[in-house]
Design a protein around this ligand. Sequence first.
Ligand SMILES: [Zn+2]
Length: 240
Amino acid sequence: MTKRIYLTDCYAQAFNGTIEKIDGEKVYLDQTLFYPTGGGQEHDTGVLIQHGRECEVYKVKQEKGNVVHYVKNAEELNPGPIKGRINWDRRYGLMRHHTLLHVIGAVIYHRYEGLCTGNKIYPDRARIDFNNLPEIDDEEIADVFAEVNDIIQQNHPVTFEEVSREEAEHQSEYIKTAINLLPPHVKQVRLVRIGEVDTQACGGTHVKETREIGHAQFIKFVSKGKQNKRFELRAIRSLA
Ligand SMILES: [Zn+2]
């Protein structure tokens, strides 16, 4: 099992670790900052550095509890100590857009009791699907985004804690739904809180205060049927 340093320190950009195994272009480490694709969030990219040589990590996946780094020129690496560095601009964009989806998820839940059924997070945009949402008009969409931006500007802290599955199941209907989807062997759940606004079970990476998200901008609303409505959106910085 690879230790996932990004779960406890979302802001670290470089780390020391050990290569345990190399299998073709696949490199296995004892611990890593590289986020593997999952939960709708795209993987990190970056480099592994050994004896002054930098090898590019171009894809990262999960495989049976391990994080697998796909590395160009992996044959230049050997088992043993390594340094790693992630592409911070890309990761920070992913963190901002990931946290944005928690905020809009909370707003949609409180307004319509709509639950998130899927999402995709990129460094510069994101999309999120909800069930239980009516056809909503432009005015209402503008209203949703005004509320999202109000919450962002209130600058709520984003914190996390590990709790037992049992404890998480008793916290709220929303979390219960998400946790029911986890395999039965998962006993510990990571809860991510945005102040008093939202609590969700989540293993992704988030910013530490909502204002870091930037300004939420609506791109598109797509009705994909009665039980599936999609928002496409992005968070832009520099309006402050
Ligand atoms: Zn999350």
